[in-house]
Design a protein around this ligand. Structure first.
Ligand SMILES: [Zn+2]
Ligand SMILES: [Zn+2]
Length: 391
């Protein structure tokens, strides 16, 4: 079994991992776009022979989850290479792409490509010639995110994708690893937080309690968070309902929440009948009852916010985007007030969680990815490989 990390051993996002069997079967795990930093050098596109340049020779691509830094290059690879994604991930990604198509940020052709994705469902195993792939559902800021157990040439490899253990489904991750994975030869592990260790790791439950306090003390509340961070929205929603506030969002966001409601069993994701889609007709009701409204960095949201000057504005996503090295900084500055309340917890594993995964699957070798500080893994006294960037 040959492992090539085409990109991602010294950066967060944009990861592409290749597994190749002795018989020449080739699969890729994730085909991510780089995060939008102002460092232009980092934003150059990557060419991988067999995937998007030279003769097509990849047998399949497996996507861990729908974040752009893992799926963003889906429309840049050869059309005959099958792409596999979790079944709910595909639907959420589709709703997102349909919205982008309306504002001409993606094309009809891209939407057709998304439609053509194959889906996997746990505990189903997928066989690609002599490589066996088992998806394991994990806890992350994307719904229906997965790790992959790869079995090839008599060896076992676990690719973590993005994960954490402090969210709603954190406990089930270790249980699933014990049941489906056990010991592995190689662990390819994300290390996002190892260079962002100034952030406090609180659980989503704790975050929900803090949100309740804010909603208790403020009649009008705006929350800016990712439209596809379902567990965060569920926590905010639960807090709003507890404090007897209206829960308001736009039609696109409501479409996502109604989809989740239709497929999820947990009461946490029961949104039906409790979510109001924003339009002028509910204005008097919003004024009278008080509300929690999910907003976005656009003028429609800004307009509503201006109608309620005495509000609490919660910024509930990574605060790195408010740093000037990110391209979003300038744009976000216009929509995030200076006196905002920062209420967030990472979608990524902290050091303790990474150690817990290591001690569960006991790898002989660990390869850090999705990290700006892979050296931190040395503290675990485990060997690691270095980039083999394809040019
Ligand atoms: Zn990522
Ligand atoms: Zn992610």
């Amino acid at each position: 079994m040959q492992i090539i990390i085409h990109r991602g051993t010294h950066q967060i996002g944009g990861c592409i991992t290749e597994i190749q069997s002795k018989r020449g079967t080739r699969i890729a795990i994730d085909i991510g776009e780089n995060l939008p930093t102002i460092n232009k050098e980092k934003n150059t596109e990557i060419k991988v022979v067999g995937l998007n340049t030279g003769n097509p020779s990849f047998d399949a691509v497996f996507i861990t989850h729908y974040h752009g830094d893992h799926i963003g290059l889906y429309n840049k690879i050869y059309p005959n290479i099958p792409i596999y994604i979790g079944e709910h991930s595909k639907q959420i990604f589709k709703i997102l792409q349909e919205r982008l198509e309306k504002v001409e940020l993606t094309s009809k052709k891209d939407l057709e490509k998304v439609d053509s994705f194959f889906t996997y469902k746990i505990p189903q195993k997928i066989k690609v010639k002599d490589i066996l792939v088992t998806p394991i559902e994990v806890d992350h800021s994307a719904f229906n995110a997965h790790m992959f157990l790869i079995e090839c040439d008599g060896k076992k490899l676990l690719h973590t994708g993005d994960f954490r253990l402090h969210g709603q489904r954190g406990k089930s991750v270790i249980k699933a690893l014990k049941k489906y994975v056990k010991k592995v030869d190689v662990l390819i592990c994300e290390g996002t937080t190892l260079s962002r260790n100034n952030e406090e790791t609180i659980t989503e439950n704790e975050l929900q309690k803090r949100a309740e306090e804010i909603f208790k003390n403020n009649k009008y509340n705006f929350v800016m968070c990712s439209s596809t961070n379902i567990d965060r929205i569920a926590a905010i929603h639960k807090a709003a309902i507890k404090e007897n506030k209206l829960f308001v969002c736009d039609k696109y966001q409501k479409d996502i929440l109604m989809y989740i409601d239709s497929i999820a069993r947990s009461t946490l994701y029961k949104f039906k009948g409790k979510v109001l889609s924003y339009d002028d007709n509910i204005f008097p009701l919003m004024k009278q009852r008080g509300f929690v409204m999910l907003v976005r960095d656009n003028y429609i949201s800004k307009n509503v916010i201006q109608q309620f000057p005495n509000n609490a504005f919660i910024y509930s996503q990574w605060n790195g985007y408010l740093n000037e090295k990110f391209t979003e900084y300038k744009h976000l500055q216009e929509f995030v007030p200076k006196n905002h309340i920062y209420l967030h917890t990472s979608g990524h594993a902290d050091f303790k969680a990474i150690k817990k995964v290591c001690s569960t699957v006991k790898p002989k070798m660990i390869i850090p990815i999705h990290s700006e500080n892979p050296e931190a893994f040395e503290q675990m006294r485990i060997r690691r490989l270095y980039d083999k960037i394809s040019k």
